[in-house]
Design a binder for this molecule. Structure first.
Ligand SMILES: Cc1cc2nc3c(=O)[nH]c(=O)nc-3n(C[C@H](O)[C@H](O)[C@H](O)COP(=O)(O)O)c2cc1C
Length: 315
């Protein structure tokens, strides 16, 4: 895109634009990226990476819903060592900061995974800690749903990793404002708000839940107003940057998230519909900057807030 007005530094990562490809929706092989789809992209998130390889969930994994989709992929990934050996090199040579999304079942697993990633720190823009994954020692509740487990996870990652650390919150958290504060106090450089919403579908014909694991994650335009509300809450609670994610399907949603307090946005599901979404978003941001006489995209952050402009210096 090459427009200096879009450049930004968010949570310790310098990006050409504030538009990030969300975790799990994009091929990790740059050779498979649709032509023109990377125009306007500021950074790319990897799929969720775990210590050991994971085959993912059995049964049906995707279900289309009105204005969105449910997914139950189950963190299928090659494991951190194969990710480093096979995917990280090509990804990091593609010209975008690579945000490595890390999933884990225990603190030991998290520590081991992050220490392995440490050896490739020069190829990694940031770690994005996925606290939506289940804590095996607490009966499978997500790390991010309770203050104590969230603090342990973020503190554990912070102790093992010196580079930029983003925490991707779960909408199932007890309070997004408080969860963001816990992350900030535990040393996170940014919060990503947020992951998918738990939903489900029933196979009426066969009279059983559609997914083998019953619940699945809802994403896409259907969740946008919920995500926007969470961005607003998070941005009102912390001084570290907030990255908006959930249901962004065009420039208007991206802009709303930034005006509500996001320093950058992530797009996922809507890329399946429009692979050139990042460049469309960038064009929309520039149009708004022009019509409101704003010098750069950094100045968009928080302009819809009562304390207007107060958040614009966050980076
Ligand atoms: C097929 C699929 C796979 C996903 N995999 C991951 C993942 O591995 N780690 C993660 O943190 N989020 C994952 N997500 C969540 C997205 O990164 C994003 O947070 C969510 O879909 C909301 O954004 P969206 O509405 O723009 O898609 C996945 C989403 C989808 C649809």
């Amino acid at each position: 895109m090459g427009n200096k007005r879009l450049e930004t530094v968010v949570g310790g990562v310098r990006m050409d634009t504030p538009v990030i490809i969300a975790s799990g929706v994009w091929p990790m092989d740059p050779g498979l990226w649709p032509s023109g789809s990377m125009d306007g992209v500021g950074a790319v998130c990897s799929k969720g990476i775990t210590l050991s390889p994971r085959k993912g969930n059995t049964g049906v994994r995707i279900f289309e819903t009105p204005s969105g989709m449910l997914n139950s992929i189950g963190l299928q990934n090659p494991g951190v060592s194969a990710f480093i050996d096979e995917d990280l090199g090509p990804l990091s040579s593609a010209g975008f900061p690579v945000i490595v999304n890390v999933a884990f079942g225990s603190l030991e697993e998290l520590d081991d995974t992050v220490h392995i990633l440490e050896k490739s720190v020069d190829k990694i823009g940031a770690i994005e800690l996925n606290v939506s994954c289940p804590n095996v020692s607490s009966g499978g509740m997500s790390w991010g749903t309770l203050p104590s487990s969230l603090e342990e996870a973020v503190g554990g990652a912070r102790a093992a990793w010196n580079g930029p650390l983003w925490v991707k919150l779960t909408p199932q958290a007890w309070s997004i404002a408080d969860a963001s504060k816990v992350c900030e106090n535990a040393g996170a450089d940014a919060v990503v708000v947020g992951n998918t919403w738990l939903g489900m579908a029933v196979d009426n014909q066969n009279e059983k839940p559609f997914f083998d694991r019953v619940f699945a994650g809802l994403s896409g335009p259907a969740i946008f107003p919920l995500s926007l509300r969470m961005v607003w809450e998070a941005a009102g609670s912390v001084a570290i940057p907030v990255i908006g994610c959930g249901g962004v399907s065009g420039p208007d949603e991206a802009l709303s998230m930034m005006l509500a307090g996001a320093s950058a946005i992530q797009a996922g599901t809507s890329l399946f519909v429009e692979s050139r979404l990042p460049s469309l978003i960038c064009r929309g941001l520039i149009e708004h900057m022009d019509s409101h006489s704003l010098e750069n995209a950094v100045a968009l952050t928080g302009r819809a807030r009562p304390e207007k402009g107060a958040a614009t210096q966050k980076c």
